[in-house]
Design a binder for this molecule. Structure first.
Ligand code: NAI
Ligand code: MG
Length: 323
């Protein structure tokens, strides 16, 4: 029995979570789900967007499923704080198109430092944000990327940075990349500046297997990945540390469609598959992934972001019936 903390959050986070739990419950009750709160609604109730109780429960669970939260200016981001509190230093985002075979790569984003250090100051006229890059965090994320390439039998890892303009901080990232790469002689390695990378993802995505990059660049590239695939509603993600994992769709709470039952549940459902893989339940993950793939390719049941006319529940039911 695995203990899973469930944080639906706000907006469509709540709407995509229940169908995902319904699907996981078909896997012969392998899970105990423990609901916890975070986000804007939570803040309105308890004056905090991330209660200590939620953090403690995540720490004590085998994994956490996280929907999405709406940001509030008065509070530090709940998800960024959770990643830090749980030391989830890997953010893994598979970008896979169901219609274009050239688009099939994984972004591995450093998840603990960079511009997400939450260090920002204003002196009145001037404001400064700190972008912290360390050897330690660079080395562990790059090692993870090469190990992941070995494990998934991918042939190439590409680093992305801006070492021309930021030679000190991104110099660390780039140099560490080639130092680590020399330990993996069977895997090809190369690097691109982030601006060129943003272009190559559009002009020649087939060249990429695994992309490893710093925090903000990874955030931006993964939404670009959502654009390549056509919708953020299909992109899952895994946040992984040495002790636990947190699995969430790349998208946010989507206030523009919240409450309309239009949200695509697939990103959340595929995030739960990444959780199953993390827990070693590979067959279960594959079963759900196959069902999702069939729904996408064999049925006309689609939410509006994929050009369809169906609602969240229709898509989830179609997947559920195939299991
Ligand atoms: P968003 O990802 O919520 O939405 C961007 C666009 O994609 C919207 O047009 C939305 O309707 C569409 N979209 C997103 N997910 C979809 C789905 N499953 N099905 C169909 N369409 C989908 O990003 P946005 O609008 O920039 O942010 C909204 C709120 O979410 C903000 O408060 C933001 O800070 C927060 N946010 C939270 C994240 C998290 O909890 N991890 C991640 C990103 C944003
Ligand atoms: Mg983002």
């Amino acid at each position: 029995m695995y203990k899973i903390t469930v944080i639906p959050g706000d907006g469509i986070g709540q709407e995509v979570m229940q169908p995902t739990i319904d699907i996981l419950e078909t896997l012969n009750s392998k899970f105990e789900f423990i609901p916890k709160e975070a986000g804007k609604e939570c803040y309105q109730k308890y004056d905090t967007n991330l209660p200590e109780e939620t953090i403690v429960q995540c720490r004590e669970s085998d994994s956490t499923l996280f929907g999405a939260v709406t940001s509030i200016p008065q509070q530090k981001s709940a998800i960024v704080t959770l990643r830090k509190e749980l030391d989830l230093y890997v953010n893994q985002r598979p970008i896979h198109s169901y219609t274009n075979p050239d688009i099939d790569f994984t972004i591995i984003r450093e998840n603990s430092e960079g511009l997400y250090s939450h260090i920002e100051e204003s002196t009145g006229d001037e404001a400064i944000a700190i972008r912290k890059i360390t050897y330690k965090a660079s080395e562990r994320i790059i090692n993870y990327a090469f190990n992941y390439a070995l494990k998934t039998e991918k042939s190439k890892v590409t680093a992305s940075h801006k070492a021309n303009v930021l030679p000190v901080t991104d110099g660390i990232f780039k140099n560490t990349f080639y130092k680590v790469a020399s330990n993996y002689p069977t895997i090809k390695s190369n690097d691109y500046y982030i601006d060129a990378m943003a272009m190559y993802l559009i002009t020649n995505p087939a060249q990429f297997d695994i992309i490893v990059t710093t925090n903000l660049f990874g955030d931006i590239l993964s939404d670009e990945g959502g654009g390549l695939v056509g919708t953020l509603g299909l992109i899952p993600s895994a946040n992984i540390g040495d002790k636990t994992g947190l699995f969430e769709p790349v998208h946010g709470s989507a206030p523009d469609i919240a409450g309309l039952n239009k949200a695509n549940p697939i990103a959340m459902i595929l995030s739960s598959c990444l959780m199953l893989e993390y827990l070693g339940l590979y067959d279960d993950a594959k079963r759900i992934q196959n069902a999702v793939e069939e729904t996408i390719s064999e049925s006309k049941v689609k939410t509006p972001d994929m050009g369809g006319h169906n609602n969240t529940q229709d898509v989830a039911n179609n997947i559920l019936h195939r299991l």
